[in-house]
Design a protein around this ligand. Sequence first.
Ligand code: NAD
Ligand code: TDX
Length: 342
Amino acid sequence: MKKIIVTGGAGFIGSNFVHYVVNNHPDVFVTVLDKLTYAGNKENLVGLPEDRAKLVVGDICDAPLVDSLVQDADAVVHYAAESHNDNSLKDPSPFVQTNIVGTYTLLEACRKYDVRYHHVSTDEVYGDLPLREDLPGHGEGPGEKFTDHTPYNPSSPYSSTKAGSDLLVRAWVRSFGLRATISNCSNNYGPYQHIEKFIPRQITNILSGITPKLYGNGKNVRDWIHTNDHSSAVWAILTKGRMGETYLIGADGEQDNKHVLELILELMGQPKDAYEQVKDRPGHDLRYAIDSTKLREELGWTPQFTNFRDGLADTIKWYTENEAWWQAEKAAVEANYAKSGQ
Ligand code: NAD
Ligand code: TDX
């Protein structure tokens, strides 16, 4: 595995993966293919040595461009996507185009040149779980977390296009023998996450003197994982995973939104109740929870950044020290949310 293409490598999780590979695997050269949408940022790749990584600005739906890059690669790691649920509720069209047509375009090129393909997906393809408080025995029984056998049941335009892309990969494995793996990861947090997303939105709200915003009653649960742990898991699957398999990535990080917001407020020296409840997200998934036993037992992966409080404190520090990275966009992001009462 000497030459890899990382699609979406200028986005949040993709750029963290590129840094991870460059820092930990000196024999690998990374080509980032990224369209630099509103969510992509060249700054996320600053500091990478020229002999280890390069950025190609382009669209994963551009078949001739994808063909020219893939023919020269050992593997494609596919992160590029439209990734925000709230945006998908306002306009699903770029989600269908990038997440489904883009994935199809990459799969066809990998099939043509017999290139190894890893597909980065989300736990949201499985829909949601009941809250633990509504389950007998508080949800400690079997079947209370997602596994790779959980039926697909996506809720939003975003998650349904991710589910569709996963199914394309499975079909290309079975019908064409594509050498591919899929990973479905839970909610990531860490540096370089766009400020439209929950955690960075609230941190930058507080830094900007804006009241943090909680959707609905805040009981919705997300299974948080530090993005560095996602990177090490993807690398393990890329290099050791069994072809055709799906691996779920998670670090046992279930937290409800209200608790996460209260923790951010506390760590930033604010009163615990200094937030407002705003309109809930339509179709808002209740709870996600990942069973990552297969990944841990088969590939020996273990998460390293499991202290959520410490990880959150580091993330707050990063946004505080890197105001220039997010400040120019803040007003527009909030104006957009205000239109939908959020
Ligand atoms: P992001 O929105 O921060 O980054 C997406 C990147 O893809 C951006 O750099 C953007 O410019 C690029 N891109 C978008 N459309 C493109 C196109 N047509 N051609 C080329 N590049 C394009 O997203 P993220 O949060 O880093 O998520 C990355 C991947 O991880 C996605 O596939 C997402 O579904 C998956 N994922 C995310 C999470 C999470 O918590 N954020 C959890 C599990 C899985
Ligand atoms: O201002 C907010 N207030 C709030 O309460 C925002 C932006 C969100 N929320 C809630 C909604 C969710 O329950 O916080 C939770 C997290 O929201 P997001 O950051 O938008 O993430 P989510 O919808 O859970 O999806 C994320 O994880 C799975 C990523 O954006 C997806 O790309 C990934 O697949």
